[in-house]
Design a protein around this ligand. Structure first.
Ligand code: BT5
Length: 269
């Protein structure tokens, strides 16, 4: 669809919003034609004490954002632009939640598209060396807005060239149409499996699962001023770097820069 209308919609993906709410098994679901950012809306709802697992989607975001003040292109109808309100156990907030959200999204996207997904720490989803999805977790009081952007249909030609060159949509690589409602439904289900528990953690099975998707493993990178070879994920959700000095350094946050060639060389692509 193009020319998204501003304001809340009565239907999304051909279904009344109340039906979508039931299908997702969530307490509240809102669909917007156009909105600044679904994370903004979730943060407002969190302040108004909306229940955990409230979900907001939009056809188009006018100020979609990524991490560290970067912007997220969210053209009308091209993607699943969605945010989920979570109230995680305090001890588990931060990096761990976004890692778990990345795993949940990778499971959902692989299942719905049939496309093998690479994960680039902390939580980019990659296909063939290009970015198919990103996640932005923002804290609001005791709540977290888990914002998820997935390129489902090809992005229009008028997105910024630096985005167009490095982005990919699921339908460009899958051999079939990918339904946003079934993708969202599966995502909510997988996310519940991973985060609806008293203590968030990355157990050995989840660490192994991450390793299977990890596009950084063995690559020489720079993150947060530290240079080293990526050696996988620690149980706290941090990236482990093996430095030239023979140290093993955990990195809690940052943007990964490849030092050994183009990103496309990454494993599994
Ligand atoms: C992210 O940040 O990848 C997090 C993106 C989260 C977007 C969702 S949409 C629903 C919710 N509401 C919001 O406002 N945000 C969330 P980061 O790792 O900082 O990546 C940002 C970078 O990705 C940009 O600087 C661009 O280079 C690139 N980019 C922007 N739009 C893109 C797109 N549609 N597809 C692929 N790459 C994109």
């Amino acid at each position: 669809m193009s020319g998204a209308v501003a304001g809340p919609l009565t239907h999304w993906e051909g279904e009344p919003v109340s039906t979508v709410e039931g299908l997702l098994e969530v307490p509240r679901f809102e669909a917007w034609g156009e909105i600044s950012s679904t994370n903004d809306r979730i943060r407002t709802l969190a302040v108004d004490e909306a229940p955990a697992w409230t979900v907001v989607v939009a056809e188009r975001q006018t100020s979609g954002r990524g991490r560290g003040g970067r912007s997220w292109s969210s053209p009308p109808g091209a993607g699943l632009w969605a945010s989920i309100l979570l109230r995680p156990p305090a001890a588990g907030t931060g990096g761990l939640l976004s890692i778990l959200a990345g795993l949940a999204l990778a499971r959902a996207v692989e299942a719905e598209s049939g496309v093998p997904i690479g994960l680039k720490w902390p939580n980019d989803l990659w296909v063939d060396g290009r970015k198919a999805a990103g996640i932005l977790c923002e804290v609001e009081g005791d709540a977290v807005a888990v914002g998820i952007g997935v390129n489902v249909r090809p992005l229009p030609a008028d997105v910024p060239s630096e985005v167009g060159a490095r982005a990919v949509s699921l339908e460009e690589v899958a051999q079939h149409v990918v339904g946003r409602l079934s993708l969202l439904r599966r995502l909510v289900r997988e996310l519940r499996r991973l985060v609806d528990r008293p203590v968030l953690r990355l157990d050995d099975d989840l660490l192994r699962e991450w390793r299977r998707h990890d596009v950084l493993l063995g690559r020489r990178v720079r993150v947060a001023g530290i240079v080293g070879r990526a050696a996988g994920l620690g149980s706290g959700g941090h990236l482990v770097l093996d430095t030239d000095a023979g140290e093993s350094r955990p990195v809690a946050a940052g943007h990964v820069e490849f030092l050994d060639g183009p990103a496309e060389r990454a494993r599994g692509e």
